[in-house]
Design a binder for this molecule. Structure first.
Ligand code: FES
Length: 122
């Protein structure tokens, strides 16, 4: 049991090896104390994450949990109304919320695990 005066254990979100390079997965995690669905994107040895919430109308981006539409350019397409996001900065490049961005969640890769960066959410 963890003593109360110690920081909470860092919980891995997902193993990097469980994400295809260039792929996307959905994970559930506590972000700033609130349960959230996250989109995690692997880019080689790095990972990026965003809240699984579209800036257009606040809907989930996936059409079923963990199932994402992709554009032919490799972007992430919101299943609700087709907004298309690039996967470097999470910027909407086409569709109803063009110019807005997904809300980034800071993650880091350590020992092959994608972890929430300590104390940071977005
Ligand atoms: S909620 Fe995503 S495009 Fe409308």
């Amino acid at each position: 049991m963890t003593p109360l005066n110690q920081p909470p254990e860092v919980v891995p979100l997902v193993a990097l090896a469980q994400i295809d390079d260039g792929g996307l997965v959905e994970v559930e995690a506590l972000v700033a104390g609130a349960p959230e669905s996250l989109v995690v994107h692997r880019a080689g040895a790095d990972a990026r994450a965003w809240l699984n919430v579209c800036p257009h109308a606040g809907r989930r981006l996936d059409w079923a949990p963990g199932r994402f539409l992709r554009s032919k350019e490799g972007g992430l397409v919101c299943a609700a109304h087709g907004a298309s996001f690039e996967l470097v900065g999470g910027l909407c490049v086409a569709g109803p919320c063009r110019g807005e961005s997904l809300r980034a969640v800071a993650v880091e890769v350590r020992d092959g695990q994608v972890l929430l960066a300590e104390g940071h959410a977005g």
